[in-house]
Design a protein around this ligand. Structure first.
Ligand SMILES: *Cc1c(COP(=O)(O)O)cnc(C)c1O
Length: 443
């Protein structure tokens, strides 16, 4: 598909941003020139996927498209039960509805926000166990997404294996900057889980990007295909959740896959309650068809090379201009360190949000603040201690190198003017998830 980009002037964008209360979430997509808000569901489908939509079988039960989907996921993962869902969080809600409750603990390298929310929703505790170097934005490490296996062992001992229904690893580590997890780390985690008889699950949203990083960076993996690496990764686990909106190359879709018969039966019963019959799970037959094709296409190594290289290329250009980033660049996004970008703007005046607004004003680019606006709160006060980041996420198969060159030019221009910029004041905040609707004024 080819989509026109509407060009706007700086003066028009000033009016639009004002209207949106200095919150890029409230800007109409058509008023954005380059949209890097998220890589979730924003990718372009291939000709083959569009062709697949035409062949979608919309039978209520046992549709041909379901079996195509099921066989594709089974070939990739080896799991016994494949349960389609409308997106990743539906798979999480169902899984934790089955295994989670008060008094239970779910460790992960770093939980994605919907995963954490679904665990906490059933009264269980979501525990992040990243390796210590993950907290240092500029420290170079090939597998900064790894789980801290030493802490995992200690955590299991402390809480008791009987209170840990499953251990998770998120590939790539989205919350930690899209950083990959090594195969060695996944193998060791799998071993630890076996020793303690705890099931091991993978949050597989970006399994192909992670497998590509393993091929590129891990000793002894360079001669294997990305598909072989992905197949081994899944076979070290007992189950997986996935959002197809990432490495599924679809605009909507997800799955829960697992080996446990009892859990799977309970999951299917929950699925029928809110998502649909187990052979469609909230998706149309055509969606399942496109998802099955997308799961094969995402393993194309030329595609992965172009994607990962685009992120790296952008990172190199920005680093050469002196712009502080989370390094090394990960799989799906560039993360800018806003506290170091604007040393004159204190956290209380939202340096990340200022950068998002300036990117929009200067070049019509939309990114997202991941810092105090997203994680802080004024009533009751919650002070955020983590990094103040701006994420520029790359939709799949949408933008080319020249689009990224434009993004770099705009960002470098904003960086040159950084000392003249001032903070923002928040004048409206919703009681939960305030970043979506917050309103600001300039200080
Ligand atoms: C997007 C995402 C999810 C949730 O998937 P949705 O399709 O948005 O519900 C879960 N985990 C990770 C790591 C993600 O990136």
């Amino acid at each position: 598909m080819v989509e026109p980009i509407k060009m706007t002037t700086r003066q028009e964008r000033e009016g639009i941003l004002h209207e949106a209360g200095f919150n890029p979430f409230l800007i109409k997509a058509e008023d954005v020139i380059i949209d890097l808000l998220t890589d979730s569901g924003t990718g372009a489908m291939s000709a083959s996927q569009w062709g697949g939509l035409m062949e979608g079988d919309e039978s209520y039960a046992g549709s041909k498209s379901f079996f195509h989907f099921k066989e594709t996921v089974q070939d990739l993962t080896g799991f016994k039960h494949i349960i389609p869902t409308h997106q990743g969080r539906a798979a999480e809600r169902i899984l934790f509805g089955v295994v989670g409750k008060a008094g239970k603990f779910i460790p992960n390298n770093a939980h994605f926000d919907t995963t954490r929310a679904n665990i906490e929703h059933v009264g269980a505790v979501a525990q992040d166990l990243p390796i210590p170097i993950a907290k240092e934005p500029s420290a170079l490490d090939p597998f900064k997404g790894n789980i801290d296996t030493k802490r995992l062992r200690a955590f299991i001992k402390d809480k008791g294996p009987e209170n840990i229904p499953l251990v998770m690893i998120t590939v790539t580590n989205n919350t930690g900057g899209g950083q990959p997890v090594s195969l060695a780390n996944i193998r060791e985690t799998s071993e630890i889980c076996k020793e303690n008889r705890i099931p091991f699950f993978i949050d597989a949203c970006r399994f192909a990007e992670n497998s590509y990083f393993i091929k590129m960076r891990e000793k002894g993996q360079g001669d294997r295909s990305v598909k072989e690496i992905a197949q081994e990764m899944f076979r070290l686990a007992d189950g997986a959740t996935m959002s197809g909106k990432k490495d599924g190359h679809v605009n909507m879709g997800g799955f829960l896959a697992l080996n446990n018969d009892l859990w799977s039966e309970q999951a299917r019963n929950l699925l029928i309650l809110t998502e649909g019959f187990p052979t469609y799970g909230g998706l149309s037959g055509r969606d399942l068809e496109a998802y099955a094709i997308g799961l094969k296409e995402v393993l194309d190594e030329e595609y992965l090379k172009y994607r990962i290289r685009s992120v790296q290329y952008t990172g190199e250009k920005l680093t050469a201009a002196g712009i502080p980033l989370v390094l090394p660049t990960g799989g799906h996004a560039i993360y800018i360190d806003a506290l170091n970008f604007f040393p004159q703007i204190p956290r209380e005046q939202f340096p990340g949000q200022v950068l998002c607004c300036e990117l929009y004003l200067a070049g019509g680019i939309r990114g997202v603040e991941i810092g105090t606006v997203m994680f802080g709160k004024s009533k009751p006060a919650v002070e955020y201690q983590g990094l103040e980041l701006v994420r520029l996420a790359l939709p799949r198969r949408v933008y080319t190198q020249s689009h990224m060159d434009y993004v770099c030019e705009v960002l470098i221009e904003v960086f040159k003017n950084r000392k003249t910029l001032k903070g923002l004041k928040m004048v409206y905040e919703a009681p939960t998830l305030r970043h979506f609707t917050a309103q600001f004024i300039q200080t």
